[in-house]
Design a protein around this ligand. Structure first.
Ligand code: UDP
Ligand code: MG
Length: 316
C-alpha cells in the first residue's frame, strides 16, 4: 500500500490545529486504500501548538512531528518537512485550512494517473484586499517576463508532490529559499487543479506587507539576474545620451562661447544619475547579500526533536 504524507508547517496555530486534525482525520478514515502520515513541522511556535501536536501524536500514530530549534519561516519549515516525510507522495498544506483537505482525493487521482506535481490553482482570492490582488498579479506578470522557466500564477504551496520531486527538492539546500520558484525550477510532470481558497479558519496571518515585499524581492533575486541586466542596459542608454549631449554642449561652447548658465539642467542630471546609481548599487547589493548568505554554507535549520526524541539528521 502506498503512503501519503501530509506536510503542514505550523507557526502559532493553536486556534486551528484541532479543527485541522478533525478535517484530516475524516479524510484519512475514509480513504483506506492508502496509508497516511500527517507530518507537522513546528516552526518555533511560541504558543501551545507543540503541546497540541504532541497530544495528537499520543492518540494517533499517523501523526509525526518535527520540532525546529527556532522560527525559521515557512520556506525552511517546508524543507525540514521534505527531509523527514516518509510517504510515496506528499501533500503540502497550510495549517489554517485555507487549503481545503477535501481536494486531496482528486490530487491523488491525478497522481495515480502519473503526474508528479499536482498543484492547486486559486480560482478566486477571498478575503484579500484589492491592493494585494492587484500587486500580486502585476508581480507575477513581471517575474514571468524575466525568466524562461514557466511560473504557476495564483498558485501557493498547496500541492501534491511525488517522491521524485521530494528527492529533487531535498537536494536544493539554499538557505535563501523561494520555494514557489523552486517547484517550477525542478520541472517534472505538472498538473493544474482549480480550487477556491477559503479564508483563514482561525488565528491570524503571519504575513504583513513588509514580509511580502521581502518575499517578492527574494523571488526575483533568487530566480533571475535580469535586474542586473536592466541596470547595465540603463547605464548604457544613459551613457550614450550623455555622450551625445556632451558633443552638443562642447560644440555650442566652441561656436558661441559659454557664459555660465544651465544650473537647472545640471542639477536635474546630477540627481537623475545619482538615483540611477543608487538603485543599481541596491540591486547589486541584493545579489551580493544572497551570495553572502549562501557562502556561509550553514545548515538551513536545526531540529530539536522528532516525535519527542532528539535525532541527528541524516542528510538527504
Ligand atoms: N508558517 C510557518 N512559519 C512562519 C510563518 C508561517 O511555518 O514563520 C506557516 C503557518 O503556520 C501556516 C502557513 O505557514 O501553516 C501559512 O501561513 P499564513 O496562513 O500566515 O500565510 P497566508 O496564508 O496568510 O499567506
Ligand atoms: Mg493562511
Amino acid at each position: 500500500m502506498k503512503t501519503v504524507s501530509i506536510l503542514i508547517p505550523v507557526y502559532n496555530e493553536t486556534d486551528v490545529l484541532k479543527l485541522l486534525y478533525d478535517r484530516l482525520k475524516y479524510l484519512m478514515d475514509n480513504s483506506t486504500s492508502y496509508k497516511w502520515e500527517i507530518l507537522f513541522v513546528n516552526d518555533g511556535s511560541k504558543d501551545d501548538s507543540l503541546l497540541i501536536i504532541r497530544n495528537l501524536r499520543n492518540v494517533d500514530q499517523r501523526v509525526n512531528f518535527v520540532d525546529l530549534s527556532r522560527n525559521y519561516g515557512k520556506e525552511i519549515a517546508m524543507l525540514a518537512g521534505f527531509d523527514y516525510v516518509i510517504g510515496d507522495c506528499v501533500v503540502i498544506m497550510d495549517a489554517d485550512l485555507q487549503d481545503p483537505p477535501e481536494l486531496i482525493p482528486q490530487m491523488l487521482q491525478y497522481w495515480e494517473e502519473g503526474y508528479d506535481d499536482v498543484y492547486a490553482k486559486r480560482r478566486k482570492r477571498d478575503g484579500e484586499s484589492f491592493l494585494k490582488k492587484m500587486t500580486s498579479k502585476l508581480y507575477y506578470r513581471i517575474l514571468q517576463k524575466t525568466t524562461k522557466i514557466e511560473l504557476q500564477v495564483d498558485t501557493g504551496d498547496f500541492r501534491l508532490l511525488d517522491r521524485k520531486c521530494i528527492s529533487a527538492l531535498k537536494q536544493i539546500r539554499e538557505s535563501q529559499r523561494y520555494t514557489k520558484g523552486i517547484f517550477s525550477w525542478i520541472g517534472f510532470k505538472k498538473k493544474e487543479l482549480l480550487f477556491d481558497r477559503d479564508i483563514r479558519a482561525a488565528g491570524k496571518t503571519k504575513w504583513n506587507y513588509w514580509s511580502l515585499i521581502g518575499l517578492a524581492i527574494e523571488g526575483v533575486t533568487s530566480f533571475t539576474i535580469s535586474p542586473l541586466r536592466i541596470s547595465s542596459i540603463l547605464g548604457l542608454i544613459v551613457s550614450v545620451f550623455s555622450f551625445i549631449y556632451m558633443c552638443y554642449v562642447f560644440g555650442k561652447a566652441l561656436l558661441y562661447g559659454d557664459p555660465v548658465q544651465g544650473y537647472p539642467s545640471l542639477i536635474v542630471i546630477i540627481l537623475f544619475l545619482g538615483g540611477v546609481q543608487l538603485l543599481s548599487l541596491g540591486i547589486l547589493g541584493e545579489y551580493v547579500g544572497r551570495i553572502f548568505y549562501e557562502t556561509k554554507r550553514r545548515p538551513p535549520y536545526f531540529v530539536r526533536e522528532y516525535n519527542g526524541e532528539y535525532q541527528m539528521k541524516k542528510n538527504n
